[in-house]
Design a binder for this molecule. Structure first.
Ligand code: SF4
Length: 74
């Protein structure tokens, strides 16, 4: 499927939401050509490696979020 890049449904072109900017708690059908036969209902916060960026979404929307290393506490 696709390029194996994991991404969130809310940013995926196959998330069947009519919204221009779907939300994490929104439910919609997955319309991926290889998955649609399973009639999956997924949430914006869900995801898989069939992900492809939704048209109009920023290219860095799925970039990892920086998380600083935990501080050493005495
Ligand atoms: S399940 Fe995968 S292919 Fe379907 S909308 Fe979510 S990320 Fe996209």
């Amino acid at each position: 499927m696709a390029d194996g890049r994991w991404g969130h449904c809310e940013h995926c072109r196959y998330f069947g939401s009519p919204a221009q900017t779907p939300l994490v708690n929104e439910e919609a059908p997955c319309q991926h050509p290889e998955l649609s036969r399973f009639h999956l209902a997924v949430f914006g916060a869900s995801g898989c490696n069939g992900f492809e960026l939704r048209p109009g979404a920023r290219a860095d929307v799925e970039a990892p979020i920086y998380s600083p290393a935990p501080l050493d506490m005495p």
